[in-house]
Design a protein around this ligand. Structure first.
Ligand code: GLU
Length: 290
């Protein structure tokens, strides 16, 4: 099976060096295996996302030499697929309505919903979130290329929300449905998302989806120790300095002695030929000094 990787930014702000690092790693990792590199815009969180951010992200990626394979996927256009997967889980009895607020959950169960069997039945006529019943899911393994093998005990995982009462589908469901539909075989993403992966593995198994290979890699942090992110106001990429930006990120990955080119695509193609997964092993965080 040929390799298909992806980059899946949320358009809640512009790309920064941390997101460029993620894009570069996923690109190099899939292209070095003669694979495809796909792009998805994770624009589900409608109050926070904007078309302006999406456009800025796409033009920053193009300016940095990225060319994606196949159609660009927007999560906001996949609602039918999410509903189908949701219905499949509902029909197999793994989803239940839950009217409890976060506060009520905390007061009653210490924050972790124990599953429908131990909770009171929700009133179907009230506004409900729809939760995945982890008490009915199967234990499984997650074998990460960087972090190794972890046993996922389904019963230890909170019954997480699949669909919110306002009708919005939650990240875990959207992510696994899209990864499956896009034929993704390799997920490389920051290790801050490792804690989201057990929920996604349970869903993949419950839906009968193949598990992509995961590699949760190092992230860039600022001088306060926070991961570079839109929430911590990381600086937007300066698109007048694409070669500098790529050199910086490639240096973080241990590259030195760059070819003499002003073309971002040529630089990326050169980096593909020098890529090895060991470049992202052994470090969890790197201080961003730029
Ligand atoms: N959209 C997520 C983010 O920007 C990434 C999701 C993923 O890689 O699975 O943090």
């Amino acid at each position: 099976m040929s390799c298909v990787g992806r980059f899946a930014p949320s358009p809640t702000g512009p790309l920064h060096l941390g997101s460029l690092l993620c894009a570069v790693i996923s690109y190099l990792d899939s292209k070095s295996q003669q694979g495809l590199w796909r792009l998805r815009i994770d624009d589900l969180d409608t109050p926070r996302v904007s078309d302006a951010h999406t456009h800025a992200i796409l033009s920053a990626l193009e300016a940095h030499g990225f060319v994606w394979d196949g159609a660009l996927v927007y999560q906001s256009q996949q609602t039918l697929a999410y509903q189908e997967a949701f219905d499949q889980l509902l029909n197999s009895g793994m989803v239940f309505p839950c009217g409890l607020s976060r506060r009520a959950l905390r007061e009653r169960f210490g924050g972790v919903h124990p599953g429908r069997l131990q909770a009171e039945p929700a009133q179907l006529d009230q506004d409900n979130n729809w939760r995945f019943d982890t008490a009915l899911a199967l234990d499984c393994y997650l074998d990460d290329r960087i972090l190794g093998k972890t046993l996922i005990k389904a019963g230890d995982i909170e019954c997480f929300t699949l669909k919110r009462k306002e009708g919005l589908f939650a990240y875990h469901l959207a992510c696994v449905v899209d990864d499956e539909a896009m034929g993704i075989t390799q997920v490389t993403r920051g290790n801050d998302l490792f804690s989201s992966t057990p929920e996604q593995c349970l869903l993949q198994d419950a839906l009968g989806f193949a598990r992509p290979e995961y590699a949760h890699h190092l992230v860039l942090i600022d001088d306060r120790g926070d991961k570079l992110s839109k929430q911590t106001f990381a600086q937007a990429l300066d698109v007048s300095k694409v070669i500098d930006n790529l050199h910086y990120v490639l240096r973080v990955l241990g590259y030195q002695q760059f070819p003499d080119t002003a073309k971002a695509k040529e630089l990326l193609d050169w980096a593909v030929s020098e890529w090895h997964i060991d470049r992202i092993r052994g470090r969890d965080q790197v201080l961003c000094e730029r």
